[in-house]
Design a protein around this ligand. Structure first.
Ligand SMILES: *[C@@H]1O[C@H](CO)[C@@H](O)[C@H](O)[C@H]1NC(C)=O
Ligand SMILES: *[C@@H]1O[C@H](CO)[C@@H](O)[C@H](O)[C@H]1NC(C)=O
Length: 320
């Protein structure tokens, strides 16, 4: 589960409606996407796998007819197969997923850097950033900007950004270099920002502000079921996860250390886990590697298709 969370963080910038400009992703929404959608009925969430496999390109593939998807997938297969033996090994697939993630992040940083800093100055100042991203607050009715939207308000987002900015600003001049800016945008990818990721996550989930996360807060963060509705299976399994794995010392709460083990586990390689998962799903002859045939047969798993994801592609367009 942890893996998916981290990957979803890497591959998702959409879904945040609050900031005016598309800035950086916010954990709560991403976590929702990752935890919830991936586990429903124990089926892997196709979108999740597509994004791990394709990065940003997943969106393009969503709109292709199946034949074209397969054709392009064949080309990708050859790229993944770096030793040209017509077989994809787990190592090759892992390298590819890692490459896709890195590419996604660096493209995202490039794009936002250009947006925030069209003149490509060596740094961006907080003042300019604030003006660009939160400038609209100046003309907003204060009541509106404080308005609480599921625990978020524009004012709070601004405060949080300010704090994250200061934490990314290693040399303390209040301007961010591109490297520092990358840490600001993708703190989960940046060693010195990890503490901030934990702090923000705790704040999001710990609604009663007692410094720890109860089972109720943990579930409440990903699932807001209406009373009459029967609790879906994935919620039941999340509850078990909480008591079995998250709350290691069994005191009924997750403290900071336990949150850290949950969202940024040290010994976990999510590219490796995703590679295993994809191979497991597509490996018809169970030899732990993939031929092009096996991949193309399961093309839905890797890239999706108009047939399965078209509605979703349309919905996403509305969001942008
Ligand atoms: C595999 O094939 C590609 C494209 O034909 C080529 O650029 C690459 O050098 C080959 N790699 C190896 C290890 O032979
Ligand atoms: C910070 O950025 C502003 C605006 O781009 C610039 O005028 C200023 O010189 C920068 N300060 C430092 C210390 O780099």
């Amino acid at each position: 589960m942890i893996i998916r969370l981290v990957i979803a963080l890497l591959v998702t910038t959409f879904g945040v409606a609050l900031p005016k400009e598309e800035t950086h992703n916010d954990r709560v929404f991403n976590r929702e996407l990752s935890d919830k959608e991936h586990f429903e009925n124990e089926h892997h969430n196709p979108e999740y796998d597509h994004e791990a496999f394709l990065g940003e390109e997943a969106k393009t593939f969503d709109q292709l007819p199946p034949e074209e998807s397969k054709r392009r997938l064949g080309i990708i297969f050859d790229k993944i197969d770096t030793n040209n033996d017509s077989i994809i090994s787990r190592e090759e697939l892992k390298d590819w997923i890692r490459f896709t993630q890195k590419r996604y992040i660096s493209e995202d940083v490039d794009r936002q850097w250009r947006q925030q800093n069209p003149e490509n100055n060596p740094t961006i100042s907080w003042e300019n950033y604030q003006k660009l991203v939160y400038g609209f607050l100046e003309n907003m009715d204060p009541a509106e900007s404080e308005k609480d939207n599921e625990g978020f308000s524009y004012r709070n987002m601004l405060k949080r950004d300010r704090r994250r900015w200061a934490s990314a600003d290693r040399d303390g001049d209040d301007n961010l270099t591109k490297e520092e800016f990358a840490g600001f945008l993708h703190p989960e990818e940046t060693d010195y920002m990890r503490g901030m990721v934990i702090v923000e996550t705790m704040e999001d989930i710990d609604k009663d502000k007692d410094g720890k996360i109860s089972l109720q807060e943990y579930i409440g963060d990903m699932y807001r079921g209406d009373e009459p509705e029967e609790e879906p299976d994935w919620v039941k399994s999340e509850k078990e996860q909480f008591s079995t794995y998250r709350d290691k010392d069994g005191d009924g709460f997750m403290d900071e250390e336990e949150v850290k083990n949950w969202i940024l586990p040290e010994d976990f390689d999510h590219a490796e886990a995703e590679a295993r998962h994809l191979i497991y799903e597509a490996d018809s002859d169970a030899d732990e590697q993939l031929t092009k045939d096996e991949v193309l047969k399961k093309y839905d798993l890797f890239v999706g298709s108009q047939a399965t994801d078209f509605g979703e592609a349309l919905a996403r367009h509305d969001e942008f």
